[in-house]
Design a protein around this ligand. Structure first.
Ligand code: COI
Length: 356
């Protein structure tokens, strides 16, 4: 049971709602009217505030921008056909955010602030939750170190902020992916399993080099052998090989994605054999050459299910067939769309009701 919270609420006097085109929602660029802000000071979380979305003051010495003590999550809220607003599996984001907090030496966020704060924000922003098919309310919780100090210490102050972006699809087209063997995302013992800013910053330069070669994104390989597939810069990766759903097993260099876990659950439920295991570049090339790789797709909260057009290795680029409507990936995508619209029953209890 989540305790009731007090809030300090300041409503905007200049709503942007009427001027927002819900038929054209670029991902992550439109922000709703309000945000949640909770300060952590003197070893405790203070009263949550709901404020007009806008700039927050930061000092040039703020610890997060020097040393990267900053974590975040990606979540979605949906409007069902009957008008109810639901979040998708938020407890998994809550658990992962607090696991990231522990790894990055930050305070954990209490359940009542995470769920209560986000629910209150969504209730205030209800009119911003898109109705249009293929769009949703992307929620971006972020926590960062706010101390003003130049020196390597964990911060004593933190700020937890949640902003809401009514958004269309993250990827509008299928992707050309490059298998990266020069640069690495994460090494064992590092911070690869935490959803922290630096992991994303690390992907920018190799992704830019890949883009210069005509690719859209990279596929990371492991730091030790540069041989085993890990994840992409923006999502986990999944394959259907010879009828089986195969994905790299999660360990401390891979982010344990919510969509990844959801699809593995659906695959098992629908009777597919599922293998979470190391998948080498050599195996990938073999199954691409002998035609047993039936599906390849990306999975993530923002990306949902991303279609792939090609996989490039150092010596060869394989062009891929589009995913088939009756295949696993697109069947799972439709299932999730229907579930979040309330067209089918929530048989696994994945929807968290925010407002009827
Ligand atoms: C998400 O899928 O929610 C992410 O945080 C990935 C990011 C590249 C948008």
């Amino acid at each position: 049971m989540i305790a009731t919270l007090d809030f300090h609420i300041t409503r905007t006097k200049n709503s942007k709602l009427a001027g927002t085109d819900f038929n054209k929602l670029p991902f992550g660029r439109v922000f709703s009217d309000h945000m949640l802000v909770v300060e952590y000071e003197d070893n405790e979380w203070k009263t949550p505030q709901i404020l007009p979305y806008g700039k927050l003051e930061i000092a040039p010495s703020m610890l997060a921008i020097h040393y990267g003590q900053s974590i975040f999550e990606g979540m979605k809220a949906h409007r069902k056909e009957d008008g109810e607003i639901v979040m998708f599996r938020p407890e998994l984001n809550f658990q992962r955010m607090n696991a990231s907090a522990v790894r990055m030496c930050m305070p954990t966020i209490p359940e009542e602030i995470f769920f209560g704060g986000m629910s209150k924000l969504l209730q205030i922003e209800a009119d911003w939750v898109p109705q249009t098919s293929g769009s949703s309310m992307y929620l971006r919780p972020v926590m960062y170190a706010s101390d003003e100090v130049v020196g390597m210490h964990p911060s004593t102050g933190y700020r937890f902020v949640v902003m809401c972006c009514p958004s269309g699809p993250y990827y509008e087209k299928s992707l050309r992916m490059k298998v990266e063997t020069d640069y690495v995302r994460a090494a064992s013992g590092g911070i690869g399993a935490a959803k922290t800013a630096g992991n994303y910053a690390a992907s920018l330069y190799p992704a830019k080099l890949a883009q210069d070669q005509g690719f859209d994104q990279i596929i990371w390989t492991d730091s030790q052998h540069r041989k085993f597939i890990e994840e992409s810069g923006t999502m986990n990766l999944m394959f259907k090989i010879n009828g089986k759903i195969v994905t790299p097993d999660v360990h401390d260099t891979i982010l344990n994605g919510v969509t990844r876990r959801t699809l593995l659950h659906l695959a098992k439920h629908w009777g597919y054999e599922v293998e979470e295991r190391p998948l080498s570049i050599d195996e990938l090339k073999t199954v691409l050459e002998n035609g047993t790789m039936e599906e390849f797709f990306g999975v993530g909260t923002a990306a949902v299910i991303a279609q792939m057009e090609a996989i490039g290795f150092n010596d060869k680029v394989f062009e891929l067939k589009p995913l088939e409507e009756n295949g696993f990936a697109l069947k799972a995508k439709k299932y999730l769309q229907d579930l979040c619209k309330g067209k089918i029953a929530d048989e696994f209890g994945w929807l968290y009701s925010v407002m009827k």
